[in-house]
Design a protein. Structure first.
Length: 234
């Protein structure tokens, strides 16, 4: 716009001093509304521009879709380029490493976000690191449909037996509400070998229950949380 890098730098510095813009982090700025004194774009837009490959994912994607049980003040940002987590305007922006760019949509509001199917797969894969299992289940209860073709595609991309087990076990309880067919669970089951896995690290010390179909040890409390929602078992 100004035709010169040095002039642009001086202009940005002047606007920062006047309060017209704020620095979010190094090389990322946001315009400030003169009326409200707040950023003119929301946290989802900011998160989508932290790096050239950044997109919101996990619990933050549920928030974007209006399916989160509560508002978190941490935003989870997947990116192929690493960045240091930072805080801005009351929110903490957390870096999540990713090597997969499938299942990412860009909205008309310039927001990059995982589609619902990838959000489900990612949140099941990483629930120990992000939000926890109870919040995950509350988010899943709000979903009324999932595309099994997309679910399969993302599972194949991750190629992890424990993920097939966790996804099959958890989504089996939401089979009717999410309109999932038997073929999807047969697909997940076909990826299992004879090895037995644990739902999360350290569960062996908690007297877990063994699910023979999915060959996985699960916590007793997980069953009670899910059953309160009235969902069925596979």
């Amino acid at each position: 716009m100004v035709g010169n890098k040095n002039t642009a730098h001086s202009l940005v510095s002047a606007y920062i001093k006047k309060g017209y813009i704020q620095s979010v982090k190094r090389n990322l700025y946001v315009t400030i509304s003169l009326e409200t004194k707040m950023p003119v774009v929301n946290r989802f837009v900011i998160a989508s521009h932290v790096t050239g490959s950044s997109f919101i994912s996990h619990h933050t994607a549920y928030e974007y879709y209006g399916m989160a049980n509560q508002v978190f003040y941490e935003l989870y940002i997947s990116s192929e380029t690493e960045f240091k987590s930072f805080s801005f305007d009351g929110y903490n922006y957390k870096y999540i490493q990713t090597k997969m760019n499938q299942g990412v949509n860009k909205s008309g509001d310039d927001i990059c976000v995982t589609d619902l199917e990838r959000t489900v797969i990612d949140s099941i894969k990483d629930f120990e690191k992000i939000a926890g299992v109870e919040e995950l289940l509350r988010c899943l209860e709000m979903i009324t449909f999932l595309d099994t073709t997309k679910l399969k595609k993302y599972l194949v991309a991750y190629n992890s037996q424990i993920l097939y087990q966790k996804v099959g076990y958890i989504l089996g309880h939401f089979k009717s509400s999410m309109k999932l067919d038997d073929d999807f669970f047969a697909f997940c089951k076909s990826k299992l070998n004879k090895s037995v896995r644990y739902f999360y690290n350290g569960i062996e010390k908690e007297s877990p229950i063994y699910d023979n179909f999915w060959q996985i040890f699960v916590p007793v409390s997980l069953l009670s949380i899910i059953d309160k929602g009235g969902n069925e078992l596979v």
